[in-house]
Design a protein around this ligand. Sequence first.
Ligand SMILES: [Zn+2]
Length: 117
Amino acid sequence: MIGLKRFNCPSCGYRFSWRERSRFSDVLGLKRRAAACPGCGTELTWDKWPWRLLYLGTFGLMLAVILIRFLLPETELSDLLLLIVELPLITVILVSAYRLRLIPATPDSPPGSDSTA
Ligand SMILES: [Zn+2]
């Protein structure tokens, strides 16, 4: 299937199962966590932006559905409004989910280039 490779280790190609992928986030799945690849020992983590957008999109979608459903009477207008708000958010979620992949966990500020070696 297309896209399955993003759940492979970028260094050695080790394929992570669903269960193993849960190691890359905390118990609630809200925070990214680095974990070592069982194949080669490289520290891996989820790519930052797809991960963030996936959560922002999901959170925004839940919020939008709750707000519109509770604040507005159920009419064709509220259905339409919900659709208008939902579609971009669903797009963000789908695109983020598609782009989500494991990358080597490197510090935010990589070491500068060698001065004298
Ligand atoms: Zn590996």
